[in-house]
Design a protein around this ligand. Structure first.
Ligand SMILES: [Zn+2]
Length: 303
């Protein structure tokens, strides 16, 4: 009986011990969990810092990438500029080739006695459409009357030369002084209206005419001394000499008088209506010619 009690006592002790151990174990477990949480909390600011650092690094690398990209773009730009330069020189070569292929014959389309309010704009319209540049020997009096048309001539890339200020043969060819006085007035008008200072001129009636016999040589000498260059012509539409002519006749006259020369300076008058009407067909009647403006570098055609 006593032994049984003792045994009972020991069992109880054992159970108690086991329970205590279990409780301690649980408590320890809880403590460990808490400790781990505490450590995590403690480590949080560090982690934030780390994240910030990582983000910074990422941003830096993005920036670096962007810089790298920019650099590459710049290189591409430099490269493409290089190729542009290359293609420019290619273009030059092509242009030269095209020049070789261009007609060897040249035609200088020249218009006297304008600008006219009624007709010069029609002439300019056709020239623009056909992409042809011409030379206009203008009259000062009409430049003052039609300044907008005169400006248009210059603006659209045509050459301007002086014809005279007032188309009056007897006054012009009275003396060298009389000629020079008229010329300077026209020259000043052209400059004031168009901004063009020209050294090109054409004598009214041409350098050899019925009115300048006595003064011709002296006028030419004086004008050349002043640096001016005169241009006569070697083909003509014959559009100024009396009688109404049809556009077809004018084209035929031009072709017949040009005689297929290598260099043609063709006389026309932009104030004549039939000339404006004939212009498109006229340009097409010279397919083997390139059409250019007169310049101081062109060897002049003189009578
Ligand atoms: Zn004239």
């Amino acid at each position: 009986m006593r032994r049984k009690e003792k045994h009972e006592e020991r069992r109880k002790e054992e159970i108690k011990g086991f329970l205590m151990a279990a409780i301690w174990g649980i408590l320890l477990g809880i403590a460990v969990v808490f400790a781990a949480m505490a450590m995590r909390v403690a480590a949080a600011p560090q982690r934030v810092q780390q994240e910030e650092q990582e983000q910074k690094e990422q941003e830096q690398s993005i920036q670096q990438e962007a810089e790298e990209e920019q650099k590459q773009e710049a290189e591409v730009l430099i490269f493409s500029q290089g190729t542009e330069e290359k293609s420019e020189s290619e273009e030059q070569k092509q242009e030269e080739k095209q020049k070789d292929r261009q007609p060897k014959k040249v035609l200088y389309l020249t218009f006297d006695d304008g600008p006219s309010a009624e007709n010069t704009d029609k002439v300019l319209d056709v020239l623009k459409e056909k992409n042809v540049k011409a030379t206009f020997f203008v009259i000062g009096e009409y430049v003052r009357k039609n300044p907008e048309t005169a400006k248009r001539i210059a603006k659209e890339g045509h050459a301007i030369g002086i014809h005279c200020d007032v188309h009056d043969y007897s006054l012009l060819y009275r003396s060298v002084d009389s000629y020079i006085e008229d010329f300077e007035k026209a020259s000043e008008t052209v400059y004031q209206v168009t901004g063009v200072r020209t050294r090109l001129f054409r004598f009214p009636g041409g350098s050899v005419n019925a009115y300048n016999k006595g003064v011709r040589e002296d006028i030419i000498a004086e004008m050349e001394k002043r640096g001016y260059i005169y241009f006569d012509w070697n083909a003509s539409l014959e559009d100024a000499s009396g009688g109404e002519k049809t556009p077809e006749e004018l084209v035929r006259n031009a072709v017949d008088t040009a005689l297929g020369r290598k260099k043609v300076v063709l006389l026309a008058h932009d104030r004549v209506e039939a000339t404006a009407l004939a212009l498109e067909a006229l340009i097409e009647a010279f397919p083997d010619y390139r059409m250019e403006v007169l310049t101081v570098d062109v060897e002049p055609v003189q009578f």
